[in-house]
Design a protein around this ligand. Sequence first.
Ligand code: NAD
Length: 357
Amino acid sequence: MKEYKIGLLKGDGIGPEIVESAVRVLEAVGKKRNIGFTFTPYLIGGAAIDECGKPLPEETVEGCLNSDSVLLGAVGGPKWDTLPGHLRPEKALLGIRAAMGLFTNLRPAKLYPALKGACPLREDIAQNGFDIMIVRELTGGIYFGERGYREGKYGEEAYDTESYSRMEIERIVRVAFETARKRRKKLTSIDKANVLETSRLWRKIVHEIAAEYPDVEVADMLVDNAAMQLVRNPSQFDVIVTSNMFGDILSDEASQITGSIGMLPSASLDSGKRGLYEPIHGSAPDIARQNKANPIATVLSAAMMLLYAFDEKEASEDIVSAVDKVLEAGYRTADLGESKYPLLGTKEMTDKIIENL
Ligand code: NAD
């Protein structure tokens, strides 16, 4: 039997409830597929501040680095909102991403047929459905470039700089081609090559690497056009690869057109197999400890972990198809709107997913 060590960062708000759901689903699928998991919780965010005075204790970093993979709930809440910047729970997210060397962010945006009604796009567009994987560069570009204030020609001035090295572009573009290869083999690289020098280097490297992946169809798209195409015809996209800032904005746009924030998982990957898996939503303090949170985004994050960290494709597909079945049967948590049946709580939705594994 294979054994995997999973670090659990439950965090704050609904974090502990949704991580608990994902653990139950992993244990159930592990039993079915003969996979063993050891789960070790570590403190992060507000919970860590309360316990030991800082949002990301060293034991947490060490524990994550010694795990085969890490599952995160969410951090933050009003209790810690007035603390100084370096003590804010959100600071822990940047810290753990940097410590684990996570340079790739995978953000799927899928419209579930059963949830078409929640899609804010026109009915004829929603009808086509969509299933997009955004591959975002996570540790370079303008968010990490030189910045500052200076005295300019017209007085006070601020600046941020974008730079990308060949190494940074090559490694993320390779991840994108590999991802496309496992899906519908279509890659759209998004840039602003009509204006930015970094985008021109990005585009050049995409086409160099494309020669190694003749089975993947590749196209370039300018970011302004991409922002329009995502709402005009999202079904044209399979895998998207883009820089840190463009990916930040486009992945939020893509998540909104699915209409259901409680459904969307994500993965942040290093150059090896470890990685950090987490729902895209926050800690939802308004519904914490009320058994109201939708656990699906976290459960699907666990399914991504099985696929990307452990190559356990069948177990991963078991979870994805169990979620599909539960939604098709008409079961819903409160955030997903209308339901044929009484709305399910976090625990009951988790039970239904486990029943359908
Ligand atoms: P949020 O995503 O926590 O909540 C936005 C809205 O969506 C709320 O009404 C919430 O109830 C609902 N929602 C979110 N997840 C849900 C789920 N699984 N099921 C049902 N409903 C759900 O965003 P926010 O309110 O802007 O932020 C709350 C806190 O979370 C803040 O402290 C913020 O800094 C933090 N946050 C953390 C992360 C993270 O840990 N990665 C990400 C975003 C925000």
